[in-house]
Design a protein. Structure first.
Length: 307
């Protein structure tokens, strides 16, 4: 019986196995025949034009409108504001492009106009710029109104601080003005008690006493210059001499009469008797002299114009 034992395969050790070569395989050299055949072989046909192509346009720039219209291409913008959106334009028939070259060549139309040529195809939106300017002006106006309001508030606060804090009764209280004391010469000429002399001095208004003092001083100086003594109490002759001197001057009759009233008032102040005063100043000669001065120094009246 034949043995059914199989022959064991010949085992080869690792060291006896053939090693793989690490050298890269050299490309096969082409023969002259293969090069000649490759040159003579026709080039592969171009891919069919499906009517759309993709063109990458830089930021803020787009392809000319003529290219878009003529080629019917798809434009992909690189502007991040547009989120890489794609804008497409349909292709036009070649016969229509050839028939209307002037209408479709928009770039040539833009080049003819310098204003349109200088303007970018897609510039900033003018409406957005106007709204931004209006918003800025509104913010500025609100800031100015707030500044003016704060300024007015500060002015009111400063005025309240600077205003004197007084009560209404103090503002409306009457102010008492005490009259001045008479001069020392007044007490000497009267020869009376000081309290009585003070009362006599303030018996006339300050303005009236000032006018009377001018006449009394003028009479006293006239008597001293012409040697008429005594000046007080006055006599009729002394008064007539003085009135004659005043009549030759440029004084008005009313002014001379006030001077005479001042001399009479001075006689009352020095304590002359009333009877003696009336006898001198109410004399007929003195009264007539006053009337003569009025006639000579008559007050001018306006000419009467008949109607």
């Amino acid at each position: 019986m034949a043995s059914s034992k199989r022959k064991a395969p010949n085992r080869v050790s690792r060291n006896q196995r053939p090693r793989r070569s690490t050298k890269t395989s050299q490309p096969k050299r082409r023969t002259r025949k293969a090069e000649t055949s490759s040159k003579n072989s026709p080039s592969p046909p171009p891919p069919p034009d499906r009517g759309r192509s993709s063109v990458r346009v830089p930021d803020n720039r787009l392809a000319s409108q003529s290219t878009l219209l003529n080629s019917g291409s798809t434009v992909t913008t690189g502007n991040p504001g547009l989120s890489n959106q794609t804008f497409s334009s349909g292709a036009l028939p070649n016969n229509q492009i050839q028939q209307t070259p002037n209408v479709l060549d928009n770039q040539a139309f833009l080049n003819r106009d310098p204003v349109l040529a200088a303007r970018p195809a897609y510039g900033p939106d003018p409406a957005a710029a106007i709204l931004e300017e209006v918003y800025r002006l509104q913010i500025q106006r609100l800031g100015l109104e707030e500044a003016n309001r704060l300024r007015d508030a500060r002015l009111v606060a400063d005025a309240q601080l600077l205003q004197p804090r007084v009560s209404y009764p103090q503002i409306l209280a009457p102010v008492t003005i005490r009259p001045q004391d008479p001069p020392e010469s007044w007490y000497n000429q009267t020869g009376l008690d000081r309290n009585v002399s003070k009362l006599l001095y303030h018996g006339l208004a300050p303005k009236t006493r000032e006018n009377y003092s001018i006449g009394a001083r003028n009479y006293h100086e006239h008597c001293a210059m012409h040697g008429l003594r005594p000046a007080f109490p006055a006599t009729v002759d002394h008064l007539l001499n003085w009135l004659g001197e005043l009549g030759r001057g440029n004084l008005k009759a009313e002014t001379i009469k006030k001077y005479l009233a001042g001399v009479k008032s001075h006689h009352i102040d020095i304590g002359c008797k009333r009877r003696d005063i009336e006898d001198v100043f109410s004399h007929a000669l003195v009264k007539r002299a006053i009337r003569g001065i009025r006639r000579i120094r008559a007050t001018r009246t306006e000419a009467w114009v008949p109607r």
